[in-house]
Each structure stands twice: as structure tokens, then as C-alpha cells.
Write a protein that binds this ligand. Sequence first.
Ligand code: ZN
Length: 320
Amino acid sequence: MLIANNEKISLDKKEAGATIDFISHAHTDHMSALATSRGIISSHQTVELIKARTKPDSKFNINSNFSELGIKLLDSGHILGASQLFYYDKQKSQSVLYSGDFQMQSPFIGRPIEIKNADILIIDSTYHDPKIKFEEKEVTKKKIQEWVLEKIETGNIFFGSYSLGKAQDIIKILNEIGIIPIVNKQTCAINKVYINFGEDLKYASVYDADSGYDEIMSKNFVGIVELGRLSSLKIELTKAYKKKVYTAVASGLTKIMEFNSDATFELSNHADFEQSIEYINRVAPKKIFTYGMNKEAFARNLTKLGYNALPFESKELNKV
Ligand SMILES: [Zn+2]
């Protein structure tokens, strides 16, 4: 937890005693504080995405006076609305930056990361391992487009993907080569938020009248489905359409996990280790706290390179 002007602010998770909860973006693993929160800090886009992802009658409180506490939100380049939290502590004359999920490469959708100097950096540890290195996103994009254009000649294609963030990237990549993909209900709801914030996404869905769904389904098509549905859909649809079904996963996780699909593409909206180093160097903090699942290993790897890094502990942060 971060203490800012006597408020106890949780960072992307539910914590006992928090008076405010910062939700950096609308991926569900960052939203656990939502249901019981006294007030959340999030960007406008994140608030709208949370509404699209939760039941219509679910209620949550928004704290919109956070700038009075000395808090500013900065784009993190991860997905639409994803933000870093910057806090300037007047009493200590000290600034703190929490990265949330972030990427250094330009995103296909939304604004790139905004970087600000800070004395203390709390950094996400998703890709803590120096061995993991992502290729340029433009290169991955070309590989996906070439693969799709080849395979669609002889069958239907399914991408297994999260409904928020990666699905919209895939839609954008496909739109560029003139393909309008079929999406599920959840992705449809999320797309509407992206479109309301000015993004141009062309997709079709059985849940969206006039989207051209029937016409698209009458030829070979591309669908975007939940990752867990990929293998069963391949079997079901090969039978139903009596033609080939090709499956693909486009995720940074393809670097560390095996997927049962015909193709994998290393499309990530996270910084890899090298990009995290670039971020750290540009923030130029005096002290680093690593945050999240791999925080110990990440802190060790940073310490080896000479950085002043520790795994995050609330009491350590608030001692500084
Ligand atoms: Zn995320």
C-alpha cells in the first residue's frame, strides 16, 4: 500500500485497511478490490471498461478528487486506459511512480507510455527474466497478417485471446488487411468502449445487428474466441463446416508456455526485461521496488546489474 496524505492506497489488489484502491487498468487480475472498495482511482477509459465487464447492476465508488492528494495518472501504453500512478509527497519532497502493466513499444491502439522522473519506482515484474525478449511488434504484426492471408484460402481461422486488449489488437491487425473478424459477446461489449473513445475497429458479431455477420460467415472467416475454447472449437467447426480450421494464439505468454494451436505469435503488450531496463533508466529512480508475482527474481536480476532494487513490501516503501 502507498500512503498519500493519510490515505492508504492499494495498488491493483484488494488489501485490508485500504481507503482508496488504484486500478491501473481493466484486466480482471487487477480488479479484485472493486467490489468492496470505498473509492477507486482509475482513468475514465478504465472506468468505462470496468462497467462493460461487470454486471449492469454492479455498483462501485469512484474517487475523482485524487489530484488533490498529489496524484496524477500517466498513460502506460498497455491497453486502452491503462495508467501509471504518480504521487508527489510534499512533506518528504519525494516522488513515487507505480508502473502497473506497461509497455515501451508503441501500442497498436491507444497512446504510448508517458515517462516521468521519480525518486521511487514501483515496477511490475511480469517479465523479470533477461532471457525473454520480444521481437518488434511491427514484425509480429506482419507475420500474423501473412499467416492469415495464406490460411484463409483453405479454411477458417480462430485466434484464442483475452477479450480485452489483445482481441482489439488482433481486430486492428486484421482490419489492415481487409478482414473483419467475428467476435464473441464480451469482446463486442469491450469494442464498443474502444469505439466510444475514438478507436476505429471493424468487427462482426451475432450480438450486433447489421454488422454483416451472415455475409462474413458465408465465406472463409476469422473468429476471435476465448483461449480455453480454441481446441474444442477446432474439432466442432471442422465437423460443422467440413473444411479446415486453423488455430492461433498471439500472446507474450507463447514465450514461456506451450499452447495447443497451429500457430503462435509473440504479441505482447508488456515490457520485456530489456524494455523494463530502458524504462527504469528513463525514470531514473533512486530506489526500485519490484511488484507482482515474480518480484523476488526481478529484484535479484536488477541488483545483479547494479540497481538499488528490493521486492515490494508496504512497510519498506513507507519507511523511505
Ligand atoms: Zn494487464
